[in-house]
Design a protein around this ligand. Structure first.
Ligand SMILES: *[C@@H]1O[C@H](CO)[C@@H](O)[C@H](O)[C@H]1NC(C)=O
Ligand SMILES: *[C@@H]1O[C@H](CO)[C@@H](O)[C@H](O)[C@H]1NC(C)=O
Ligand SMILES: CC(=O)N[C@H]1CO[C@H](CO)[C@@H](O)[C@@H]1O
Length: 427
C-alpha cells in the first residue's frame, strides 16, 4: 500500500492570508469574526450581521488584496473563491518546494479543489443584468467565473499539472472529501503528488438570507461579533458564515523521501458515511459522524484510545454540536478507548474563524496537521459554559501544549454527508 504524506500547506482565512500568520493568530486565541453592516444596507437588513471575513490589506501584513497574489488578468477572469484557491495553492507549492518542470513530473501531479457554493455574486449580478438588459448584458466570462471546478482548472493551467483534475462539491464536507479523495488517487497510483483542498467565498446578502431562512445562523450576537461563534457552549445558537481557502500538497511517501521533502504528517485514514436521514438536520444520535470516524480509524489501523486530538466539525449549532459530541464520546469511550470523557481532547476552530463551508474541512485538516507537527491543541473560543452532556476537554479559550501523534478532522454537510480524516505524526 502506498503511503501518503503532507508536504506543503497554504491558506487564506478570516485570521489572515498565509499559514504562518493564521496559525499564530489562532494559537493566540485571535478571532476573525466581524460585523458585516459596513458592507451596505443589504447586509444590515439581515437577521445575522456577523461573518468571518478575510482581512483586506497588504500581503506583508498577512492580509489579502488580490493584486499582491495574482496578475490583474487572472483577477478579472476568476471568482473570488478561485482567487483564494490559487493563492493558497501557490503558497502550498512553495512550502513543499515542488516546482516541477519535467513532463513526467507534471503528469504525476494533479489537483482536486472543491467549493460548496461557488460564485454566488456572479450568478446574482448576471441574473439581475440579464433580466433587465437581456442577452447583451451577459459577460463572455460568466460561465468560466461561475463553474466550481475552475479553481482546480486554474491551478493546473498556471503550473502545467497534467495529472487528475477534480472538484468535489459536497456542501460543508467538500474540503475533507477533496483531500481524502486526492489521497486515494495517490494510493491507487493515478498521481504521485496532489494539490488538494477547498475554497469558498459567498459572503453575499443572498447566501446569508438563505442560511438564515434555514435557521442555521447565529443572530443574537450582532453587537459582539467575536462572541457569535460558540461551539459546545450553552448559549450557542447557529453558525457564522466565513470565507477562505485551505490547500495541501499531498505526496506519495517514497516520492517525498527521494527529494528530501519536509513531512508535516501522514494521511492514515479516511472515512465516509451518510446520515440517510434529513436534508439539513443531523440525526440526534450522531450515527453518520460515528460511522465516518470509525471508518477513518479502521483504515488507519488505530484504536479509539490512540486518538490524541479531534478537530470537530462543531459549527455552533444546537443540534449539530450535540450530535457530534455524542458520536465522539460513543466512539472514544469504552473497552478500546478512553476511560473518561475528560481524557478526550477535542476543539472546534470555528469559534475563531466561523464556518468556511466548502473550505472548512480543508482549513481544519490543515490546522490538525499543524497540531500534530507542533504538538499543540488549538483552542475553542467562547466556550464560557459547556452545555450539559459536554464532558470532554474542549481546549476552552487558550491553546494547550500536548503531544499529538494521531488526530481526526471531521466535516459534515447538508444532505447528510459525513467524512473524517485520520492524520498522524510521520514515523
Ligand atoms: C456585483 O455587483 C455589485 C454591485 O454592483 C458589485 O459591487 C460586485 O463587485 C459585483 N460582483 C461581481 C462578481 O461582478
Ligand atoms: C452528518 O451529516 C449531516 C448533514 O446534514 C449533519 O447535519 C450531521 O450533523 C452529521 N452527523 C453528525 C452526527 O454530526
Ligand atoms: C486523553 C488525552 O490525551 N488527554 C490529554 C488532553 O490534553 C491534556 C493536556 O492538555 C493532557 O493532560 C491529557 O492527557
Amino acid at each position: 500500500m502506498r503511503r501518503i504524506v503532507i508536504t506543503g500547506l497554504g491558506a487564506i482565512t478570516p485570521l489572515g492570508a498565509g499559514v504562518k500568520t493564521i496559525w499564530k493568530r489562532l494559537l493566540e486565541s485571535g478571532s476573525g469574526i466581524v460585523s458585516t453592516t459596513s458592507r451596505g444596507a443589504d447586509f444590515a437588513a439581515l437577521p445575522s450581521q456577523v461573518a468571518g471575513l478575510v482581512p483586506h490589506g497588504s500581503r506583508d501584513d498577512g492580509k489579502w488584496q488580490a493584486k499582491d497574489w495574482l496578475p490583474a488578468s487572472d483577477e478579472r477572469q476568476m471568482a473570488l473563491f478561485a482567487q483564494y484557491a490559487i493563492a493558497s495553492a501557490h503558497e502550498a507549492l512553495l512550502d513543499a518546494e515542488w516546482q516541477p518542470t519535467s513532463q513526467a513530473d507534471l503528469e504525476a501531479t494533479g489537483v482536486t479543489i472543491g467549493s460548496g457554493i461557488g460564485n454566488l455574486d456572479e450568478a446574482y449580478n448576471t441574473s439581475v443584468a440579464f433580466s433587465q438588459g437581456g442577452y447583451r448584458k451577459v459577460s463572455p466570462l460568466f460561465v468560466p467565473r461561475l463553474l466550481i471546478n475552475l479553481a482546480a482548472g486554474h491551478v493546473s493551467i498556471r503550473y502545467g499539472f497534467k495529472g487528475p483534475n477534480h472538484a468535489a462539491t459536497t456542501a460543508c464536507t467538500t474540503g475533507v472529501h477533496a483531500i481524502g479523495d486526492a489521497s486515494r488517487l495517490i494510493a491507487f497510483g493515478d498521481a504521485d503528488v496532489m494539490v488538494a483542498g477547498g475554497a469558498e467565498s459567498c459572503i453575499h446578502p443572498l447566501a446569508i438570507a438563505g442560511f438564515a431562512r434555514a435557521r442555521s445562523l447565529a443572530t443574537a450576537w450582532n453587537d459582539d461579533p467575536p462572541a457569535s461563534s460558540r461551539p459546545f457552549d450553552e448559549d450557542r445558537a447557529g453558525f457564522v458564515i466565513g470565507e477562505g481557502a485551505g490547500i495541501m500538497v499531498l505526496e506519495e511517501l517514497e516520492h517525498a523521501k527521494a527529494r528530501n521533502a519536509r513531512i508535516y504528517a501522514e494521511v492514515k485514514g479516511y472515512g465516509l458515511s451518510s446520515d440517510a436521514y434529513h436534508m439539513t438536520a443531523p440525526r440526534q444520535d450522531g450515527e453518520g459522524a460515528f460511522l465516518a470516524m470509525r471508518h477513518a480509524l479502521r483504515h488507519a489501523k488505530a484504536k479509539p484510545a490512540d486518538v490524541d486530538y479531534i478537530n470537530a466539525h462543531a459549527t455552533s449549532t444546537i443540534l449539530g454540536d450535540a450530535a457530534e459530541n455524542r458520536a465522539i464520546t460513543r466512539l472514544l469511550l469504552g473497552a478500546e478507548g478512553k476511560e473518561k470523557a475528560s481524557q478526550i481532547n477535542v476543539s472546534s476552530t470555528k469559534g475563531a474563524i466561523g464556518h468556511l463551508l466548502g473550505a472548512a474541512g480543508a482549513v481544519e485538516a490543515l490546522f490538525t496537521t499543524l497540531a500534530i507537527h507542533d504538538n499543540v491543541l488549538p483552542p475553542t473560543l467562547n466556550l464560557d459554559n459547556a452545555a450539559p452532556g459536554f464532558d470532554c476537554n474542549y481546549v476552552s479559550g487558550t491553546a494547550q501544549k500536548h503531544q499529538v501523534d494521531l488526530a481526526l478532522s471531521n466535516s459534515f454537510g447538508f444532505g447528510g454527508t459525513n467524512a473524517s480524516l485520520c492524520l498522524a505524526a510521520f514515523r
